[in-house]
Write a protein that binds this ligand. Structure first.
Ligand code: AMP
Ligand code: MG
Length: 531
């Protein structure tokens, strides 16, 4: 790294945790579960594990944080990734936040199984927080064990990297480590618990601050703490607002507008690629607009706005695919409520900032679908073309990813047959599809049909319509193999997901629609929060 060929060592890494330096901490240093008032973090040391083994890592993330692959794979570094050792000079901690869960205020939640290792400062001055998920209990664990199982850790590792390569803002995953210990879980909350292998993911992000970090002090009337946190957040993560808005009240409103805009852009991305977060509680929404907390998430196979991967959400479908934009806006309103506890912020200015969400979302989703359809001027057509496509998806199960990928190259309606989950449904809807595709082609041709235009359109569509997404059953196959001791499927899937918009000849099997056996299999179509 430094020009000479000297091997990089742990002691070469530079840490400096602004969160700890600039925000108040809990005076109590014990691990026991409790309510923590007037503080944003508590000291907590990861609990050691039996036999750490590095199962997967992201070389891109290692590079970004300035860690050589050789150092990352070394036993000393793996010890840190497993919670058995600390980076020199660091003081691990858990942060304090609350949240609205499934529409209800849940009070204090906090990092129940995430332990922050501090902020790494790269040689070029970039900063990233490192966090171990599953490294043992904290004052915020309530009655849970602070651990994570292998299956959910594989899902988090693969999906955060897949999302990044898809161009969706997200926290990253540096590593996946097996702990060598077993963890007891009741996957379907039906009294049948099992011992499962434990694992730890090291997550990386500029910050893991959530809406709930702001809601908790607001709910307790701790306005000094709330003010300190807001100033910290703006100073460190939105510094351009300091000079743009010398008046503090205006600045906070401007910050809230940016959070609304980023959240809107984020959700438009989710809708574009067919991602369903599954637990959009306010404690699981990042103020930086990153996808955070990969739990019972899922990917749309057949287009279905009512689909939710989360078994806990099966009856209410609060967090189903189609409701994500509305839920994001609801969550932002809860963040707005927290800010409204500050007397200098008027309701009017907060609600006008909140309206940024709707405007930005409409623009972002319009642009996203313009790209997906390969149309420049398609807005007026939305009434027919896109709505009629979604109407068709109510009559037949049509794979979202395959359909849109095909759209760039299809010459006739029959080219879409492979996107249909049922051959009968395809035959039933064939006439409708033929008519739809004819109208679509007419629309496309009206925007230009020179060879150059066609090539540019295809190129643009292929950058908006991934060929490969982390289909639920693919992740589950990698999990099943890992439980049998074979970790190569994780590496292969990770590698496929590095180039989701490329054709990748020879890897067609990763782009196929969900096989029938996976329709109702646990992990492939339904997931619980137990992880
Ligand atoms: P989630 O719905 O996974 O985002 O979690 C909601 C809350 O429960 C957060 O405060 C988590 O830290 C906490 N939590 C979830 N699983 C565990 C666990 N195994 N041990 C301790 N806390 C947990
Ligand atoms: Mg969470």
């Amino acid at each position: 790294m430094s020009g000479d060929n000297r091997r990089m060592r742990l002691s070469d890494l530079h840490f400096d945790s602004r969160f700890q330096r600039e925000l108040p901490s809990d005076a109590n240093s014990s691990r026991h579960s409790r309510q923590v008032h007037g503080a944003l973090w508590s000291d907590v040391v990861p609990a050691p594990v039996g036999a750490p083994a590095l199962v997967a890592y992201s070389r891109e993330v290692a590079d970004q944080i300035g860690v050589s692959e050789e150092l990352l794979r070394s036993p000393d570094f793996v010890s840190v990734l497993a919670g058995n050792a600390l980076f020199p000079g660091t003081r691990p901690f858990a942060t304090n936040y609350g949240g609205h869960q499934f529409g209800n205020w849940a009070g204090q939640l906090g990092d129940g199984r995430a332990i922050a290792l501090g902020e790494i400062v790269t040689p070029i001055g970039n900063r990233f927080e490192l966090q171990l998920k599953g490294a043992g209990s904290t004052p915020y664990s309530r009655r849970a064990d602070g651990r994570a199982v292998l299956r959910s850790s594989i899902r988090e590792f693969l999906c955060s990297e897949a999302m990044h390569h898809l161009g969706v803002p997200t926290t990253r995953a540096l590593s996946l480590v097996l702990t060598g210990d077993l963890v007891e879980r009741d996957m379907f909350y039906d009294g049948n618990s099992e011992m499962e292998p434990g694992a730890i993911v090291c997550r990386v992000a500029p910050s893991f601050l959530r809406f709930g970090h702001f809601e908790l002090p607001a709910s307790r009337g701790e306005s000094a703490l709330l003010n300190t946190l807001i100033d910290f957040t703006i100073r460190n993560y939105f510094p351009e607002l300091l000079s743009e808005h010398p008046n503090r009240g205006d600045r906070i409103i401007a910050w809230f507008s940016v959070v609304c805009a980023r959240t809107a852009t984020l959700v438009a991305h989710w809708m574009r690629v067919g991602f369903v977060h599954g637990v959009m509680n306010t404690d699981n929404l990042s103020v930086l607009g990153l996808t955070i907390d990969y739990g019972p998430y899922g990917w749309i196979d057949a287009v279905d706005h009512g689909w939710t991967p989360n078994t806990t959400d099966a009856s209410g479908k609060r967090y189903c695919f189609g409701r994500q934009p509305g839920v994001a806006q609801w969550n932002l309103a809860r963040l707005g409520d927290a800010l409204a506890t500050l007397p200098e912020l008027s309701e009017d200015s907060l609600s006008s900032a909140l309206s940024v969400f709707e405007r930005t979302y409409r623009e972002a989703i319009t642009e996203a679908y313009g790209n997906k359809l390969g149309l420049n001027d398609w807005v007026d057509e939305q009434g027919d073309l896109l709505d009629d496509f979604f109407e068709l998806c109510r009559a037949a199960e049509i794979d979202m990813t395959i359909f849109f990928r095909k759209l760039a190259v299809a010459e006739g309606a029959n080219d879409f047959a492979t996107a249909f989950y049922s051959a009968d449904q395809f035959l039933q809807q064939q006439a409708v599809l033929i008519a739809w595709f004819a109208r679509y082609q007419q629309r496309v041709n009206s925007e230009g049909n020179s060879d150059d235009h066609k090539a540019a359109r295809r190129e643009r569509m292929n950058r908006a319509n991934p060929k490969f997404v982390l289909r639920n059953y693919l992740a589950q196959q990698a999990i099943d193999a890992a439980h049998d001791g074979d970790f190569t499927a994780i590496e292969t899937l990770h590698d496929v997901m590095r180039r989701p918009y490329d054709e990748q000849p020879g890897r067609e099997s990763f782009a196929e629609k969900r096989p029938e056996w996976a329709r109702t299999k646990a992990g492939c179509s339904m997931l619980s929060c137990s992880s």
